[in-house]
Ligand binder design. Structure first.
Ligand code: ADP
Ligand code: GN1
Ligand code: MG
Length: 366
């Protein structure tokens, strides 16, 4: 039993007697645990307990305000539609004094959620039905939040998907070169620089008013949607830290980046890493089934491009973090961020080669 967790657990209104907790999931940012409890009659229950990374999310209070407001809104919409709000949205467990998080004396922030049972997240997409349903869940998530007053949301990470600034950060990292790594990654730096003209495309359209700002998730990794064990539906979109005003294209693009890779995000053997056009078709199909009704023609036009740019942006972020000495994403080996960057760039190159086919697929389903 982790003693520090036993203390944290006391601060939340959990049901039952605390049995213990284990690290859970594979996220790159927060620390996630599953906490087990025994209830009367020998039944057991579990909860998700998370320590928020407050170096990256600098204002955890504001972040939790967002999550409270967004989950309240989702609960209301899901209930009105006859759904099950206990499973179709995250539900915060209140602290003993009725708050949504607990701040420890040493300045850490903790929150807890109901554990969604009989559903799983997957690291790599294996089942086409899951893929289609995950994309549909992300589209539905945007749709459920389409009437949420976006002015109420705090920006939890400023300029999160400002691709232009992500490129500038890479250039700065190359100049600083704090770990003397730049010389060994010239090929990757050049790969990014050759594509610098792509960086401002979506931002320019947003600034010109040609793409609408909406409430979006902004981190639509395949493992951020829970897939129901029985129905295979994308039952619940999780990991709500980055729900902010954004472009629908960020969510679609990032879902392709994550799910349409034939290998893991950190695969070291690049021969295994390919952009899977069949998976792209399932994603486009599922997403458009949920989003067709509200997307503008311009948003639909840019769906294929969004996949390329979000994958490039993520690769640029991994590369910048590698050069900065691995200070942002959690890493488990020396070259971890570089390996991740390389898979993303391999995917970008593949997408460039398949771009006409990606456009034809989107035309089919829009
Ligand atoms: P991170 O920000 O670190 O990615 P997540 O919020 O995505 O953290 O949680 C990590 C993993 O924990 C998820 O991929 C999922 O498998 C599991 N998880 C998170 N929330 C729940 C929940 N409410 N019920 C069941 N599993 C969950
Ligand atoms: C991080 O927290 P996690 O693992 O879901 C990152 C995303 C990246 C992703 C790449 C807040 O997501 O933006 O796309 O890693 N989240 C944050 O795997 O930076
Ligand atoms: Mg996650």
């Amino acid at each position: 039993m982790r003693p520090e967790l036993a203390e944290i657990v006391k601060r939340f209104r959990f049901e039952g007697d605390y049995l213990g907790a284990n690290p859970y999931g594979t996220g790159h940012i927060n620390d996630t645990f599953v906490a087990h409890f025994a209830n009367l009659g020998n039944t057991s229950r579990r909860y998700i307990l998370q320590r928020i990374n407050h170096t990256i999310f600098e204002k955890p209070e504001e972040l939790m305000e967002n999550i409270e407001a967004v989950t309240r809104h989702l609960r209301r919409k899901i209930t009105a539609a006859g759904g099950d709000p206990e499973r179709e949205t995250l539900n915060l467990i209140p602290t003993a004094d009725g708050g949504s998080f607990h701040r420890t004396e040493d300045g850490n922030y903790w929150r807890a959620y109901n554990f969604i049972e009989h559903a799983q997240t997957y690291e790599v997409a294996e089942n086409p039905v899951h893929v289609r349903n995950a994309a549909k869940a992300f589209g539905r998530f945007q749709s459920l939040l389409s009437d949420f007053p976006s002015g109420q949301l705090n920006e939890t990470i400023p300029d999160f998907h400002n691709t232009r600034k992500r490129f500038e950060a890479l250039v700065d990292a190359v100049e600083r070169d704090v770990r003397n790594r730049a010389r060994s990654v010239q090929a990757e730096i050049e790969f990014a620089v050759r594509r610098a003209d792509d960086a401002p495309v979506l931002l320019d359209l947003l600034e010109k008013g040609e793409l609408p700002e909406r409430v979006t998730h902004n981190d639509t990794k395949f493992n951020n949607v829970m897939i129901d064990d029985e129905s295979g539906e994308g039952i619940c979109v999780i990991d709500l830290d980055t729900v902010m005003p954004g472009l629908t294209l960020y969510d679609f693009g990032d879902s392709v980046r994550s799910a349409a890779n034939t290998a893991a995000e950190d695969e070291q053997d690049l021969n295994k890493v390919r952009f899977d056009l069949g998976v792209f078709e399932h994603l486009a199909h599922g997403y458009l089934d949920a989003a067709r009704g509200f997307l503008t023609p311009r948003e639909a036009d840019y769906l294929p491009f969004s996949a390329r740019i979000m994958t490039l942006e993520c690769g640029v972020r991994f590369l910048a973090d590698y050069l900065d000495g691995d200070v942002y994403f959690k890493t488990h080996r020396d070259s971890h961020n570089l390996d991740r960057c390389r898979t993303q760039f391999k995917m970008v190159a593949d997408m460039e080669g398949s771009f006409d086919q990606m456009r034809r697929i989107v035309e089919l389903y829009r």
